[in-house]
Design a protein around this ligand. Sequence first.
Ligand SMILES: [Zn+2]
Length: 160
Amino acid sequence: MEDILDQISKVKRDKLGTDIPILIFRVLRHYTNVYASDLLGEKASNILFINAGKALGEALGQRLYDEDINKYLENISKFVEDEKIGILKITHLDDNKLVVQLDECITCAGMDNIGKRICFFEVGLVAGLVENYLGKRVLAQETKCNANGEGTCEVTVNFG
Ligand SMILES: [Zn+2]
């Protein structure tokens, strides 16, 4: 079956092309977030975004897969930067834990400090990419966020 990524990858905009200004992305991203929180409560809304990110991570993971973990992570970093999601750096990897830093995050880089971490979609995305590779569930959380005044976004994944 064709997944969501296949469906939405088909773009026919002869005149306008495939790029949009980042503000338009953020309008869609943040308004959806605010209204999902109103409707479902903040916790359920966060789970919704994590799960959506995970679904994308799993679909993407199949496309970027390499049995060599370092090559796989390299493919992911390249994709993330090419698509201007951010600049992904692996800051820690061992048998139990992966920590990635996302500079210039598409969702929140440059935002004022609003006192909370908000990149749940990105957390899910990283979790989905790791779950795709390991073939098992992992625990992931955002451990730094621009929107929380921490200067970058960081996702920590535990799988030990
Ligand atoms: Zn963030």
